[in-house]
Write a protein that binds this ligand. Sequence first.
Ligand SMILES: C[S@@+](CC[C@H](N)C(=O)[O-])C[C@H]1O[C@@H](n2cnc3c(N)ncnc32)[C@H](O)[C@@H]1O
Length: 362
Amino acid sequence: MSPRHTDQAAGPAEASPAAVGAEPTDGERAAAAAVLRMIWGVHMSRAVYVVAALGIAELLADGPMTAAQLAQATQAHEQSLYRVLRLLASLGVLTEHEDRAFTLTILGERLRADVPASMRSWAMLVDCGGGMRSFEPIIETVKTGKPGLNIAYGKGLFEFLAARPDQAQQFQAAMSDRTAALAPSVATGYDFSPMRTVVDVGGGNGTLLAAILRANDHLRGILFDLPSGVADAATAFQAEGLMDRCEIVPGDFFQAIPDGADGYILANVLHDWDDATSVRILDACRRAMAKDGRVLIVERLIPDDPADAVPVLLSDLTMLVVTGGKERTNAEYSQLLTDAGMKLARVQPVAPPYGIIEGLAP
Ligand SMILES: C[S@@+](CC[C@H](N)C(=O)[O-])C[C@H]1O[C@@H](n2cnc3c(N)ncnc32)[C@H](O)[C@@H]1O
């Protein structure tokens, strides 16, 4: 069996390591530097968070500002802020000019709200799911399988968010931004013509369902999620003139799912749950669906080539720590369907690394 390297640039270690105390080779020094960069990944994450959370990317939207001006506008300590900005300039997020003035690069632009491919809500999301505290007990998580968020707060993510409306809103904003980028490929790439009604199970604030209804005039939709999940959905559907083809149903998929529809969408839902719970959710969809109905699981798929897998595996680690769920391969989704009394019809790739895993009753 060949070893799985997550970094194709990294070669295998030498067979016989040099004696302790020997001078490191150039390769060993470079490897140490690469590992140190990983060890200090949290520094980069927190520096990016500063720029998003203090609104610095918005302040720089109109042109250069000095560290002193930015510190004054954000009520920050100038020298400390400058050191964060200087690091981000060396990472390519900002550009530093004369007199400690900064501008945004194309990376820095992504930390603004309301720009194409904005990542601001994702920079903020890091502090929604229990933030750094969820990652602190990672040794216990790895030894027991218990999510860090549950260890730190004594409850699961969705219970945690239900008690924190502001963080729940930020969480849904990040989900919506991510799903907006993926939605057109699902809405136009999948053939919804044989369906009349679809239920978006755990559909959040309706970003995906709205895109599907916009692209498919004949279709009716039911948005189904926890009360905290659908809190802002009506405004968005009304603004798009879709309320006449859409119903918003607050509820709990462990209790009951709206029945009788021919399509049950589960987008970015099963990755929040372990296998046994995912089978329960799929089984509930199977029992709710009309004859000849199908489930459409929209999820990131773990690519076969490890070189392409890093973003999905980083998401997988988030699931391990924050939700107790996991990212899966095609074969693992197929197994979940089988365990829930369905069979895999096909996997349709949409915006990478996503796929639609279509399941139907045998
Ligand atoms: C990761 S988000 C995905 C949201 C949306 N489907 C998307 O792709 O953007 C998971 C969603 O599952 C919802 N959810 C969690 N537990 C639920 C439950 N017991 N019943 C219904 N929805 C639930 C959450 O409120 C959240 O909106």
